[in-house]
Design a binder for this molecule. Structure first.
Ligand SMILES: *Cc1c(COP(=O)(O)O)cnc(C)c1O
Length: 459
């Protein structure tokens, strides 16, 4: 814990801390943001690493298509739609009385097959990589063979000799649990206090062992790590530090480029791309950002979005202390309805690698997430979980917040904003049970009505 004195010193150095500690919405422009050519010099990964991950997913496509029929139309490739949301853009402009220049799109990872969240990228990828490593090492398979054989009883028996362990706020556990159990692994998911009941129920129905904890995400990961280390047949999926998760997420960028090309959307020096990514521990948004920078370099601008009560990446980047600081040390409670983002301490890996790559971080109040959730249903008929709406707030914040406009001007983008493309990364939602979603929606409508009548949500 920091002493009062130390906190006062930090506030002097970073005046924005005062607003962050009051759990109010902020927009932070990263002063260490560099050209990507310069930033990548200190990053140990290259395009070849992302391509390798993409090829591995291709090798597994026949298996995925076989065991998850919903992926058959895309031949076993787990990918989500990219859609234009002009009605939502209009609604945003009205709700927040601001003009959004350029076009607004939604990347619907909420509708990724198998587990309905961005974790279906990194989480599933890492389990597949581990399965492949085991199968290769034990002579069960050779590269070039049809991986559909992994659906056989022989392989399920083989994988049942090994276990997977993960700590999660919910969605990572869902992804690891579903793919792990399908392959035949023994899977244990340690869930933090904020994990939703339906996620635990769903996993148990698949034969996954769910351990419920009363503590928050980072403590749960610690406990899961410790328990996994006691068992030599166990593999720990390390959400805080895994390069494999990171690369699984990064593949999204190669796919997104193809989608943008197919939609005839240009990204270049005259047509900037802005991407707004909800951030928990940072692996998902970090991996996607790294991939996008490899593809588009300085023409893409990636902003991370966090709840006002859990701005761990913001604190880590701003102070340069990364995983050495937590939101609790700054008096925040890490309590948010955006369960996928309820993380108090950021990934060390991501903070260190991307400290010159992330354009900035903004925070969003839970009440705003709910208002956006209802608006997305009303205008586009798209249902997202609260976490996923953090990205959708991005364009409003870029144009409304002073630091957002300073970013635009400092990077010489002002003239080209009319040609801009904004993508809100919708990170989860399609697996949410109907009654839970209905309750989310009603809460959003309730808050919106109060806001329109001039009440604010005194949180
Ligand atoms: C996990 C998650 C994120 C963020 O990913 P991190 O890797 O934790 O930063 C965002 N949205 C949802 C819905 C998630 O489940």
């Amino acid at each position: 814990m920091m002493t009062k004195n130390e906190i006062q010193k930090r506030i002097k150095e970073f005046p924005l801390l005062k607003t962050i500690m009051a759990a109010e919405e902020v927009f932070w422009r990263n002063p260490k943001y560099h050209t990507f050519a310069q930033a990548i010099r200190t990053i140990p990964l290259r395009e070849g690493d992302v391509k390798e991950a993409e090829e591995r997913l291709h090798r597994f496509a026949p298996y995925i298509a076989k065991v998850f029929p919903e992926t058959r139309p895309a031949h076993g490739i787990i990918e989500s739609p990219l859609v234009r949301i002009p009605n939502m853009k209009q609604r945003l402009e009205k709700m927040f009385q601001t003009n959004i220049e350029g076009e607004l799109l939604l990347k619907c990872d909420s509708h990724l097959p198998i587990s309905g969240s961005i974790k279906a990228r990194g989480g599933i990828y890492e389990v597949l990589k581990h399965a492949e490593d085991l199968a290769l090492a034990n002579g069960m398979i050779a590269i070039g063979e049809d991986y559909a054989v992994m659906a056989s009883e022989e392989f399920r028996q083989f994988f049942s000799r090994y276990s997977l362990v993960v700590g999660s706020t919910g969605n990572l556990g869902l992804s690891i649990g579903i793919i792990g159990a399908q392959l035949g692994f023994r899977v244990t998911v340690h869930m933090s206090a904020d994990a939703k009941q339906w996620k635990k129920d769903l996993l148990r129905s698949k034969g996954v062992t769910v351990m419920e904890h009363l503590t928050d995400y980072n403590q749960v990961v610690e406990e899961a790590r410790r328990q996994s280390a006691e068992d030599p047949t166990s593999y720990f999926i390390d959400d805080e530090n895994s390069i494999h998760l990171f690369l699984g997420y990064a593949v999204a960028a190669l796919r997104l480029k193809k989608q943008l090309d197919d939609m005839h959307i240009t990204v270049d020096g005259d047509h900037p791309l802005f991407v707004y990514l909800p951030c928990g521990v940072g692996g998902g948004p970090g991996g996607v950002t790294f991939g996008l920078k490899l593809v588009y370099g300085d023409h893409v601008h990636c902003f991370f979005a966090e709840p006002t009560h859990s701005p761990c990446m913001l604190l880590g980047l701003m102070t340069g202390q990364h995983d050495r600081v937590s939101v609790q040390e700054f008096g925040l409670d890490n309590k948010t309805e955006a369960d996928g983002l309820a993380v108090g301490r950021p990934s060390r890996l991501v903070g260190n690698m991307l400290e010159n790559v992330i354009s900035g971080v903004y925070t969003v109040d839970d009440s705003t997430l709910y208002r956006l959730l209802a608006a997305m249903v009303d205008t586009e008929n798209i249902r997202l979980e609260p976490s996923a709406l953090a990205g959708v707030a991005g364009p409003v914040r870029l144009f409304r917040d002073l630091a957002g406009q300073t970013y635009v001007e400092a990077n010489g983008l002002k003239e080209n904003m009319k040609n801009a493309t904004h993508i809100g990364w919708a990170t989860g939602g399609s697996m949410v049970p109907k009654d839970v979603m209905e309750a989310y929606y009603r809460e959003g409508v309730r808050i919106e009505t109060m806001t329109e009548n001039g009440f604010s949500e005194g949180r």
